[in-house]
Design a protein around this ligand. Structure first.
Ligand code: SF4
Length: 334
């Protein structure tokens, strides 16, 4: 039996941030002005070890988790990440995936697959090299990310999902080009409404391009029809190309919030449990793990936190809430 929160939502998905570091300095996620030379990233001893992560993952699975996603920062910059994948893949009944900026994927895809990873999601906000280099702020070219996506598919980490966060006036002109590029490729493009994550991204409602507008723009060029969800509570709404060229997904976190079905727990690289992407404070599970707690005590700690959960930030979002302090996405993953 799964533990449920105050709104009756079970814990089904666990996102584990394995590092707060990234080799990009994306302008909305890790702007240089905030994450520059003086920023204090977590030190190695503060990070959960792979064994600690695996132990926590097993405890979450005992509470009902069925899917685990590794995030960061950028998860592929954590040394020997394949070893962690191996430990987590050994947990029975878990679908294991990873979200990456794609920069190291070409080199690592085969080893990740061999270690037991099921699939990857790659963040890519534009095909326009000038826009993309400006966004990642380290002059990284689009072609290398595309090579990483192809390598992942060739290694069997398929279908590859490609996440594009759409921001008005920045990359919305690139939506149809992205759809065209991935149409017929077997990869699934997912278009995400720009959210007020963290408090360094200066979010305004005017920056959001509603999913309905995105679907209409693609449909005008490449006709679409709605597709059934793969499972109840799926976050992305699916649309299928009428010509058989595959599908896209749209994630309408702002215009159609899905808190009612949110079953996601997030674990930071230093072992703090966040019960919402927009939470201010996490619960320290590292102290429990390092305090010689027996598995029963660990299970009880997780269950108690989840039972007390009442988060539904996106349903309550206003211009005022957008300005409130929240955990940074580079710390907790998307
Ligand atoms: S706002 Fe929080 S509770 Fe709502 S869907 Fe997002 S993570 Fe879940």
């Amino acid at each position: 039996m799964s533990v449920v929160d105050t709104l009756g939502r079970p814990v089904r998905d666990l996102r584990i941030s394995v590092t707060d570091r990234c080799n990009f300095r994306c302008v909305y996620c890790m702007p240089k002005e905030v994450f520059g030379r003086d920023f204090r990233f977590l030190e190695r001893r503060e990070l959960l070890t792979f064994e600690e992560i695996a132990r926590l993952a097993r405890a979450f699975v005992r509470q009902g988790v069925q899917k685990i996603r590794l995030t960061g920062g950028e998860p592929l910059v954590r040394r020997n990440i394949e070893r962690l994948v191996e430990l987590l893949a050994a947990i029975e009944g878990v679908d294991l995936t990873l979200t990456t900026n794609g920069s190291l994927l070409r080199e690592k895809a085969r080893a990740l697959r061999d270690a037991g990873l099921n699939r990857v999601t790659v963040s890519l906000d534009s095909l326009d090299d000038n826009v993309f280099r400006a966004m990642n702020d380290v002059d990284f070219p689009v072609t290398k990310v595309l090579a990483g996506i192809d390598a992942a598919a060739a290694a069997g980490l398929a279908p590859v999902k490609v996440n594009m966060v759409v921001k008005r006036g920045v990359n919305d002109h690139d939506v149809v080009a992205m759809a065209r590029h991935f149409h017929g490729s077997g990869h699934i493009l997912r278009l995400i409404e720009y959210m007020d994550v963290g408090h360094t991204n200066g979010w305004r409602m005017d920056d959001v391009v509603p999913s309905a507008e995105v679907v209409a723009a693609i449909d005008a060029e490449l006709p679409l029809e709605p597709a059934e969800p793969n499972y109840p509570g799926e976050v992305a709404a699916r649309w299928r190309y009428r010509d058989g060229g595959g599908e896209i997904g749209v994630i309408s976190s702002v215009t159609q919030p899905f808190c009612g079905g949110c079953t996601r727990a997030r674990l930071s690289a230093e072992g703090r449990l966040f019960t919402c992407l927009f939470a201010v404070r996490g619960h320290d599970l590292r102290a429990v793990v390092r305090g010689d707690a027996a598995d029963e005590a660990l299970d009880e700690a997780i269950a108690t936190i989840w039972r007390g959960r009442s988060d539904r930030y996106s349903e309550l979002r206003t211009a005022e809430t957008a300005a409130l302090p929240k955990v940074e996405m580079s710390y907790i993953g998307g």
